[in-house]
Design a protein around this ligand. Structure first.
Ligand SMILES: [Zn+2]
Length: 121
């Protein structure tokens, strides 16, 4: 399954990051997924939870930031969400726009919990 491979890659990245924070726990990972990335967020969440369950990585929350397809207007520079190709610019009505995003598939941020704090001193 496509999503399973992505979930695995994300967890690998989390493990690598965790090494930079010894004694701490990565508790949250946020992913930016574009409309055009061809990834089903629901399916990805499901795979992610299945992989994390029962491992030392628990608890680990996955947050998905869904990014719609965006275009940027060549005339006024405004960027807007463009579901349909050739949509005119909502600011100036210009039809000359270029692809400006919507195929993202990347980690937006990680949230690390300080191990010393949760251990209770
Ligand atoms: Zn415009």
């Amino acid at each position: 399954m496509h999503e399973m491979g992505i979930a695995n890659a994300v967890l690998d990245a989390v493990r690598v990051e965790a090494l930079r924070f010894p004694g701490s726990h990565v508790c949250k990972v946020a992913l930016r997924i574009g409309e055009l990335a061809g990834v089903a967020p629901d399916s990805l969440s499901f795979c992610f939870e299945a992989l994390v369950r029962g491992t030392e990585m628990e608890p680990l929350t996955l947050e998905i930031q869904y990014c719609p397809r965006r275009h940027q207007c060549r005339r006024c520079g405004c960027s807007f969400s463009a579901g349909i190709e050739g949509l005119p610019c909502p600011e100036c009505g210009g039809v000359d726009s270029f692809f400006a995003g919507g195929d993202e598939l990347e980690i937006a941020y990680l949230e690390v919990e300080d191990g010393a704090r949760t251990a209770g001193t």
